[in-house]
Design a protein around this ligand. Structure first.
Ligand code: BTN
Length: 259
């Protein structure tokens, strides 16, 4: 049966996130739209929010399931001239900010599956995709660098369930029903928390991120071999130790955990 989805309260989001927040009922991908704005010199902290995405993207060549009514999808613009972080640190800051935002808005407890998945009770409730780019402002021979941090929150369980490929490990922050303004509050909380975390030092981000990382000490399969996740390196790469003592550092690969 058709379920009415209330429109997002754009005025409330703009009041709390600055007047540069732009909300869509539906768009392709908030990361793609914000990258276009970034190249037109959009200011730091510009936010693009969508209630639905037709081409939501995850890491690598993954898609991100982005239906209307059960999630909220947003991207926020950062400029590295305002901070000196490595790409890993920005994704980690976004992971910690997402956990804090979700915990401020609900009564769940969040942890992080390296590198960028937010988990509640062993299931994914949010995913983060940070992408960098640059452009030459008119009349300048110096490129302006930017980073777009995108996050998709699974707010409630989709009425027809998750597609088969996500069903086993996906869940939602609120289960069946969320408070009326849950989507707006999540957007605002993430905006505030990401601003807060990107204003702190890389060491502070590292320590908060490491505390939330639930994969440390777990056995994983990597390239067909079993290994233990032995440490988070200073540059946010993941250290794996194989049974023969050999170690390797992962940049961004997906790891599959043993149950
Ligand atoms: C992942 O789980 O691999 C990352 C998912 C990131 C999804 C968000 S939703 C908002 C923004 N726009 C996109 O197309 N992707 C990110």
């Amino acid at each position: 049966m058709f379920r009415k989805v209330p429109r997002l309260n754009e005025a409330y989001i703009q009041r709390k996130c600055g007047n540069t927040a732009i909300c869509f009922r539906s768009t392709t991908s908030t990361n793609e739209i914000l990258k276009q704005y970034a190249k037109q010199n959009a200011p730091t902290d510009t936010v693009v929010v969508a209630e639905e995405q037709s081409a939501g993207r995850g890491r690598g060549d993954h898609t991100f399931f982005s239906p209307l009514g059960s999630g909220i999808y947003m991207s926020m613009l950062l400029h590295p001239k305002n901070h000196q972080f490595s790409p890993g640190a920005i994704t980690a800051a976004a992971g910690v900010a997402a956990c804090e935002a979700i915990e401020r808005c609900s009564d769940v407890e969040c942890s992080i599956k390296w590198m960028n998945d937010v988990y509640v009770d062993g299931k994914k409730v949010a995913g983060i995709l940070a992408e960098s780019g640059s452009f030459y402002p008119q009349g300048s021979d110096k490129p302006t660098e930017f980073t777009v941090v995108g996050i998709g929150f699974n707010v409630t369980l989709p009425k027809d369930g998750y597609p088969e490929e996500f069903a086993e490990r996906a869940s939602a922050i609120y289960g069946q029903k969320a408070p009326r303004f849950a989507r707006e509050e999540l957007v605002i909380a993430f905006f505030e928390d990401l601003k807060k975390w990107t204003a702190l030092s890389e060491r502070e981000i590292y320590s908060a991120y490491r505390k939330r990382l639930f994969v440390l000490g777990k056995t994983v399969t990597y390239e067909g071999r079993e290994a233990v996740v032995s440490e988070l390196a200073d540059d946010f790469r993941l250290e794996l130790t194989f049974s023969d003592g050999q170690k390797t550092l992962l940049d961004s690969r997906e790891i599959s955990l043993h149950q």
